[in-house]
Design a protein around this ligand. Structure first.
Ligand code: AMP
Length: 280
């Protein structure tokens, strides 16, 4: 496995490779990330992982400074998983001092939901992912459905700007009790870890309601909200949306057009997101 820290070394290494699948991450790798690596290996002869805690996608007061950075362990994990290249740059390699800001935006999808609660987040995500696509020119890039809105934004960005990369969605990997794996779960104390299962319970309740014939998004949203509050979760949003546009839906019609239930809630200072697609 080759470890690169500069754009130039990465490009030089990639030059002879016919096709590469890229898995962009912020490190603190877990089994969810590894499922993306596995999928990448099924799709391309070479697999590259980027590990970079991207400062521009964190807002003021968010956890950029404290975000876990177990780089030695991450490199071992990548090596064992058969990754060919890990790109782990310093901040000044990705954002050289004095470089003017460059932005890519998908306004219809970045000013709702996470975009409201984390202003500037998607500008940072798009800026970084566009840079990574330029550096790697990957055939495929794997993204988790765990970050459903991010996946939708990246898909729209890649298509809208003809970036020539196939965006591969990968299913959310969960703990046995349903909690979605996340690098941020390490922040949860045992009591909050118990409450965190409320997210998956809210999503499961939504699914059961739709399976029993519920068609009103508002009824499903109210039930999800009730479950989250019963678990002491402080709600940012609990909504039912169209899977493509992320816009509101008039009615839930499983089998005809799938919907996605999207949740964001806080436990103390820890903010968790989760989602479930229903009717696909
Ligand atoms: P992050 O390191 O949090 O930026 O995540 C890197 C990639 O891993 C993103 O595409 C995430 O959506 C994906 N990911 C994170 N958690 C999970 C999970 N539990 N299951 C599947 N993919 C995940």
């Amino acid at each position: 496995m080759i470890v690169t820290r500069t754009v130039e070394h990465t490009r030089r290494t990639l030059r002879p490779w016919p096709a590469v699948a890229l898995v962009p991450t912020m490190g603190a790798l877990h089994v969810g990330h590894l499922s993306l690596v596995k999928r990448a290996g099924e799709l391309c002869p070479h697999v590259a992982v980027s590990i970079f805690v991207n400062p521009t996608q964190f807002g003021p007061g968010e956890d950029f400074t404290h975000y876990p950075r177990p780089i030695e362990r991450d490199l071992e994990v990548c090596e064992s998983a058969g990754v060919d290249l890990v790109f782990t740059p310093e901040v000044n390699e990705m954002y050289p001092a004095g470089e003017p800001e460059t932005h890519v935006d998908v306004p219809a999808m970045t000013q709702i939901l996470e975009g409201v609660h984390r202003p500037g987040h998607f500008a940072g995500v798009c800026r970084m992912v566009a840079k990574l696509f330029s550096i790697f020119n990957p055939t495929v890039a794997c993204f988790g459905e765990k970050d459903f809105q991010q996946l939708a934004v990246i898909r729209a960005m890649a298509k809208g700007l003809c970036m020539g990369v196939a965006i591969e969605p990968c299913p959310t990997v969960r703990e046995p009790d349903g909690l979605a794996l996340s690098s941020r779960n390490v922040y949860l104390d045992p009591t909050d870890r118990g409450s965190a299962v409320g997210l998956y319970q809210a999503l499961s309740r939504a699914k059961a309601m739709v399976e029993r014939g519920e068609t009103h998004p508002q009824a499903v949203e109210a039930a999800m909200t009730e479950t989250l509050l019963a678990h002491r979760l402080s709600l940012d949003y609990a909504v039912v949306r169209d899977t493509e546009t992320l816009g509101p839906v008039q009615a839930i019609t499983p089998g005809r057009s799938p919907v996605v239930c999207l949740l964001a809630a806080k436990l103390g200072r820890v903010r968790l997101i989760d989602n479930l697609v229903i009717g696909r």
